[in-house]
Unconditional design. Sequence first.
Lengths: 111, 111
Amino acid sequence: MSSKETINKVFKAVSDPTRREVFHVLMAASAAMSIAQITEHFEISRQGVTKHIKLLEEAGLVKTFEKGRERFCESNPTPLNEIRNWLLVYDKFWDDKIKSLDKFLTQRPKK
Amino acid sequence: MSSKETINKVFKAVSDPTRREVFHVLMAASAAMSIAQITEHFEISRQGVTKHIKLLEEAGLVKTFEKGRERFCESNPTPLNEIRNWLLVYDKFWDDKIKSLDKFLTQRPKK
DNA sequence: TAAATTAGCAACCATATAGTTGCTAAAATC
DNA sequence: GATTTTAGCAACTATATGGTTGCTAATTTA
């Protein structure tokens, strides 16, 4: 599940400002929203929104279901953990550097 | 400093897998690396690497300095905080949903 | 001083991206 | 049953992206 492809898709999904805003609108919404409802929040066309939804969906950040002629979209923040984990690696690097500095300082002969 | 432009650049810098790897190599390095040294780690041309460095630099994730005919690159993880802060917003959303669920459950008349 | 190394600049290429418009199909409403 | 609404599909456009090659300039090294 958490493959190299997945993380690429999540980063890609989130790299576009409009797409981040679409995601935000869905996160802030109290219920699932149709494509038309989402489009109301933006200046771009419905087709434009649909394309963004598709990319977000591929990253797993949005789930959709059909109901009659409408398609409803819900946000799913779980894949953001891919990004969190990616960041963690660099926290670790940071810690290691602090530690090795600390080691260096404490093991230095006193005076 | 922490403008809308900045966060766009950081997300963009980090959205490409090769660029994430360049950043990673620099983070893992114990000293600053020249363009040629970085290129050794990749299958792409020096010019390709230079382009990636430029984007990383614009995002502030890489700092460079010249020394003779060489240019040295160092990673700077600080702008990653832009991403951390962006993620925090959705932790908050998450918390709020848990809280309102909790509120709903505890305020429900007992039996 | 001549040769080799390091890197910048510019032009180019193929593909991806963000967006559009036009048309069609299926539900919902009148 | 006719009309409106909602959305998908396809084609198109402009620009950005990731990559290349060729050439030039500057610094090192021999």
